[in-house]
Design a binder for this molecule. Structure first.
Ligand code: GLA
Length: 401
């Protein structure tokens, strides 16, 4: 399968043109530009980011497009922010959420608009940064609640737009840190730094290896096309959220384990034997992190050796670890993995934060139609909602569309 996806480019261009028209209809004048920020799939390294460990995600060919126009000093409300999206469809007038820049406070912007608002809030707090009001319109084809980082795509699309328009000269690492701060402090989700980094720093046809302690990163070629293999996403449609308890509880367990072990973060532990003195539940949580970090390093090696069988083995081991030790899977995700493997996938695992969302399967392209049918059958037999199944290609990180 060719990862330079011309359909994606075409559809992004067509969506961009529609977005421009929608912007003019909504706000009465044209945007100053349109920026694109992709969602992501994580190949390996789940919940390791906030433990300052390793992750290996890639940006996907599904993205948020963000159109923006700054307000000028002589307009009626120069410091008014307005947010609209095509989430509710594009026919008819798009609903607009408005708030004064100086009124922004954590928790006071409802719904999806909290994401761009959060970015304006953190940028506005930077010393020396003078924002004005602006109008913003989002269109995204990253499925919401699927674990493919639809919310981070909006945040990243917003920060790259504002970075350009206000001449902030922030580099990708600074933008990753700021969007994480936006997510943690304004939206209220205690998430790590992986998703923003993937959206900002990825390269087409590569995965992104990121050390979440130093934020040093490098890209790793994905030898998929050469081996007629693809990454299939099985979106279980079980909606997850990181503002709810499960994610925060796992994070708290890791912090507790680190304190008990006398280390700053679980990243510092590389031997499973060192976890013996933890009580059983904490030991299992920490064991997932320690073994998952190693699996990221091993996956990089396997990719460099073009050994997709080994990548598949690591994916399977990662899923077992998340299911049994970290306990963040759910019956639908387990079935997606099991049915993919039964249909001949080389490997499969849930991806993202868990408790719902998507699984990924590494699979020969020729097997995809039959595998998709049998995964759907398995879901129907179990009485689950029909999953959404599609392939993803490794796409370029965020930028001007
Ligand atoms: C979510 C968070 C990330 C990361 C993953 C789990 O996607 O946003 O920071 O913790 O879950 O790996």
């Amino acid at each position: 399968m060719n990862t330079t996806d011309t359909t994606d480019t075409t559809s992004t261009t067509a969506r961009g043109a529609a977005l421009r028209e929608g912007f003019i209809r909504t706000y009465g004048s044209a945007p100053e530009g349109i920026w694109r920020a992709p969602g992501r799939v994580n190949l390996m390294g789940e919940h390791t980011d906030y433990n300052l460990g390793f992750v290996l995600p890639f940006a996907i060919d599904k993205n948020a497009l963000v159109a923006v126009r700054r307000r000028t000093a002589n307009e009626a409300s120069p410091r008014l922010l307005e947010f609209a999206s095509t989430y509710g469809g594009t026919t008819g007038p798009l609903p607009v959420t408005g708030i004064e820049l100086d009124a922004l406070a954590p928790g006071n912007v409802p719904g999806w608009a909290a994401y761009p608002a959060a970015v304006a809030y953190v940028l506005g707090q930077l010393p020396g940064v003078q924002l004005s009001g602006f109008e913003l319109l989002v269109d995204s084809d990253v499925p919401v609640g699927s674990g493919l980082s639809s919310s981070h795509a909006i945040e990243v699309g917003t920060i790259v737009a504002l970075n350009d328009l206000f001449g902030l000269e922030l580099d990708a690492t600074a933008m990753a840190r700021l969007t994480q701060r936006a997510e943690n402090g304004f939206v209220g989700a205690p998430t790590g730094i992986m998703d923003q980094s993937a959206s900002l720093m990825s390269r087409a046809e590569h995965a992104l290896f990121l050390d979440c302690r130093s934020l040093a990163s490098h890209t790793v070629p994905l030898p998929l096309a050469a081996q007629d293999t693809a990454v299939l996403v099985i979106d279980t449609r079980v909606e997850h959220s990181h503002v709810d308890g499960g994610y925060a509880a796992r994070r708290a367990s890791c912090e507790q384990a680190a304190v008990a072990l006398g280390v700053e973060s679980l990243r510092e532990i590389t031997e499973v034997a060192l976890l013996d003195r933890l009580e059983p539940e904490l030991r299992r949580r920490a064991r997932h992190i320690v073994t998952e970090n190693q699996r990221v390093l091993d996956t990089v090696k396997a990719l460099e050796a073009s050994d997709l069988r080994e990548v598949g083995r690591l994916l399977r081991a990662s899923h077992v670890s998340m299911r049994d030790d970290y306990e963040i899977s759910c019956p639908e995700l387990d079935l997606a993995v099991q049915a993919s493997l039964a249909a001949g996938a080389i490997g499969a695992r849930m991806t993202g934060g868990g408790f719902g969302g998507s699984a990924i399967a590494l699979i020969a392209v020729e097997r995809i139609p039959a595998a998709s049918a049998s995964i759907r059958r398995a879901f129907a037999q179990a009485g689950y909602a029909e999953p959404s199944i599609f392939t993803v290609n490794a796409a370029e990180g965020a930028g001007r569309a």
